[in-house]
Design a protein around this ligand. Structure first.
Ligand SMILES: [Fe+2]
Length: 332
């Protein structure tokens, strides 16, 4: 399907068991800006973002993904998308919206992840001494901590990354850009362990990583963008000096050609920072396939990703994972 129904990834809702510490991290270390609060929700955005929020933070028992918010390409495309979602029997229904957007349609992807799709949005424009100097910016650039500019992608965990990627492409027009299959010695066959889709010009705004736990709707990480690769080096210093351990990086992924850096926020959720990467506008771009030894994950091919990076959220019982993995990968 080549018709564009979704224009961009707009926000994620993240659950944290330690909301005060998490808030401090997102504001003081990541440098996000608080837009508003509503009940138990705190809405935040990167300094360069024009929408009301890209992150909704709520308190809950475990780190988790609440939902992913997408903006439609237009009001007609919103209705067209809802028709397609309902035909795929994935719809949950309409709701009135919130501080950040108007009426929205709620649906569930094949891996159990909840999504919201809307057209009308609330835009942010700073006032007073933060009113922008430049007319194309939503606020003045007064960097704090990492000073993340905008949301980049969300990587969800699912039993069948490639089946899901096909579903998102066929149902809603997400482009399925790149995929990693295991190296031959792993005996996984052609099973995709990691896939990337996009609705925009970036290599991905959604990642799909294999989850053999049997659980539904889990998330691996949320990623924010900084303008320059050198900003990642600076971010590493900011994180370490704030007492936040770096889980992986700084380094470069082969897939998407993005530089990366991963840490955990105090509530436990994995946060990635990234920069660089290619732009691609081809509606019929053919999915690129990699193996890890070609550098899909570690571009420089000189180190292994730490095993902890396989942990997704919320944490679950992994005792059936080996059995599930054998069934899933050998009998696809
Ligand atoms: Fe990522």
């Amino acid at each position: 399907m080549y018709e564009r129904l979704i224009s961009q990834l707009a926000h994620v809702r993240v659950v944290t068991p330690r909301i005060e510490e998490s808030l401090l991290f997102y504001k003081e270390v990541l440098g996000l800006v608080e837009s508003s609060r509503d009940g138990s929700s705190v809405f935040l955005r990167g300094w360069g973002e024009h929408f009301h929020h890209s992150l909704e933070l709520v308190e809950g028992p475990q780190p988790a993904l609440g939902h992913i918010g997408w903006r439609a390409q237009g009001p007609e495309q919103l209705d067209a998308a809802v028709k397609r979602i309902e035909a795929a029997r994935a719809g949950i229904g309409w709701f009135d919206g919130n501080a950040g957007h108007g009426k929205a349609y709620r649906y569930r992807g094949p891996g159990g992840h909840e999504h919201h799709l809307f057209w009308d949005v609330t835009r942010f424009r700073a006032e007073g001494d933060m009113a922008p100097l430049f007319p194309n910016r939503p606020q003045r650039f007064r960097p704090r901590g990492v000073a993340a500019r905008s949301i980049d992608h969300v990587t969800i965990a699912t039993a069948h990354p490639e089946k899901d990627a096909h579903w998102y492409r066929e149902t809603l027009g997400h482009r399925y850009m790149e995929a990693t299959v295991a190296d031959p010695e792993a005996n996984f066959g052609e099973f995709v362990v990691f896939g990337m889709t996009t609705v925009c010009e970036r290599s991905h705004d959604m990642g799909l990583v294999a989850d053999f736990s049997g659980a539904q709707g889990r998330v691996n990480h949320i990623a924010y963008w900084v303008d320059q690769r050198e900003d990642l080096r600076r971010a590493a210093d900011v994180l370490l000096d704030a007492g936040i351990d770096i889980e992986f990086g700084p380094g470069r992924h082969g897939m998407g050609e993005q530089d990366y850096l991963y840490c955990r926020e105090p509530g436990g959720m994995r946060i990635e920072l990234n920069s660089g990467g290619y732009h691609n506008y081809e509606p019929d771009f053919e999915t690129v396939r990699w193996t890890p030894s070609q550098g899909s994950n570690v571009y420089y091919r000189n180190l292994k990703m730490p095993h902890s990076m396989h942990e997704s959220f919320p944490p679950v019982d992994m005792s059936q994972a080996a059995d599930n993995m054998a069934k899933t990968t050998l009998f696809v």
